[in-house]
Design a protein. Sequence first.
Lengths: 334, 334
Amino acid sequence: MRDVAALAGVGLKTVSRVLNDEPNVSAATIKRVMDAAARLDYRLNLYAGDLKRADRRARTIGLIVGSVANPFSAAVNRGVEDVAATRATAVFASSLDEDPKQETRIISEMLGRRVDALILTTVKRNQSHLVKEQERGTVLVFVDRMPTGIAADTIVTDNFEAAGTAARHLLEHGHRRIAYLGDDAQLWTAQERRRGFHAALAEAGIDTSAVPTIEDQRDEAGAAVAVGRLLDSTNPPTALFTAQNLVTIGAIRALRDRGLQHQVALIGFDDISLADMLEPGITVLAQDPYRIGRLAAERAFARLDGDRGEPQLLVVPSRLISRGSGEIRPGAGS
Amino acid sequence: MRDVAALAGVGLKTVSRVLNDEPNVSAATIKRVMDAAARLDYRLNLYAGDLKRADRRARTIGLIVGSVANPFSAAVNRGVEDVAATRATAVFASSLDEDPKQETRIISEMLGRRVDALILTTVKRNQSHLVKEQERGTVLVFVDRMPTGIAADTIVTDNFEAAGTAARHLLEHGHRRIAYLGDDAQLWTAQERRRGFHAALAEAGIDTSAVPTIEDQRDEAGAAVAVGRLLDSTNPPTALFTAQNLVTIGAIRALRDRGLQHQVALIGFDDISLADMLEPGITVLAQDPYRIGRLAAERAFARLDGDRGEPQLLVVPSRLISRGSGEIRPGAGS
DNA sequence: CTGAAAGCGCTAACAG
DNA sequence: CTGTTAGCGCTTTCAG
């Protein structure tokens, strides 16, 4: 900046004014400074200015998700990015892999970089360690999971409601014996889905203690085995509700291996790509992760803009997409 | 930091030393400082230190990809992140949407944030505008596309070679009339794939000027229409090579609409999820975007570590995955 | 409309 | 082993 000022023959503050589009600079001076800056290929150092600036905003937000490579997280990421871009704010994204140890490390890293806000999916049981940081002015927005021990804006999918919708859809198609297959039962989302599913069955007069309920499925292969065992049992279910992506795929594989894909109904939570091209197409409850990301970023900026209202809980609706597998009736094709 | 020093009863520099794990501090002093820092919930400001630090490294790299929501880019992102994490470096990722105007804006934004390195997929024709920045010390690594007007490390898929592999695979299965369907012909990757495909056919004695070649397909629906037109023509191809993801999906749809999925062979470039669950399974050339991301980050850090060697061109091999659709013989099932 | 002086939080260099 | 001084690049404040 010194060089630019020297070349343009003006003071430091004038260069600063021009480059920040501040008023009270004559057109001629602006041009001289701009030319000098262009000639030297000079660029303001955002962080240096931040040290002294009154608002002390680094124009950066941190995003912590399961994995940036996972389609759900990737869509959240994009939603956050799109909102941030309108505010000249950059996004640091980090992958957590559901590992509580990483959580501490990554959060600490991000805070050291002085992010204005942190949008995060947590895996730790308790988030009270973040209270101090929140009090210091860092905006916190939780996404996909409910935080504990701290009050902050939170954006989640309608897990309970959507799982109930799935159950009712299967009930309406005549099923009474429906199995639940879920992932890690420690996760808040998994618990909500199971609760919602069981609640809807109970409402239809089904004894939920007798509902085949298999949890803690963490990968496709394991889920395929678990579903297979269920299908091969003496009293197999006529319909399946798979509460997570990979579990759904495992279930599809198990059904196909037995040639049962047109006999046993299936509804999956979370959409999977090409689901409409399978035979039968897979009926799902599609979440809206892009929207979740946008809303999270919007809440973050609202707080940065001074919103001091009560913490908000925003529930983003999922959508039932009928494609065939969820509309199979009991006893079909046999 | 002042407060911590005061509370611990030591000088500023001692606090700095402790928090940066520098040597020459007594164990007792370390403890006093750590306690004080913990009590005040104090964290070093990474960027403030950067202003004065000798290496002037912000421990941040920028990544510019098509879209963080796209599976290919998301895998690259994860590869970059995994390497960066081992170097205590954070990653800014930004989506370009193949828009040259965005390119300028995003690059400028990232440079203002003083990223140590920039890993980027470019859409502009020419990257010579980045030479000055490169000379100033910003490390540049290009990914997925070949840069023009600048010399820098570049990581790409073996587009030419892999497209040739696809062509030869179809030839070996008896096809002589094979169509090429590609995306935006302006893109370097698309051109390479077409060249590689045509070259392999020419080598087999096929007149490439007569090969049905349809380019500039930008979405699934358009590709489906284009493929449909081809299949409905008087002399339809017996096999298709689709050089991009969405085009592959469009082709699958067109084939199914006509009940031809078991008659006409298909090989797609880039893997698609659930491809093995379709009927028939889709044979693809799977790229390795995660590896591309890792290699790009490794090159970036090698340069930051002082590597002054010639710019490297790293070609990451793709892998042919046979799943059925690419092994259909001409005239099958009719 | 413009510039000079002070200082943001930190680390390099050096002195003790 | 520890502390002091200077100054990174910028913006604030205030005086012209």
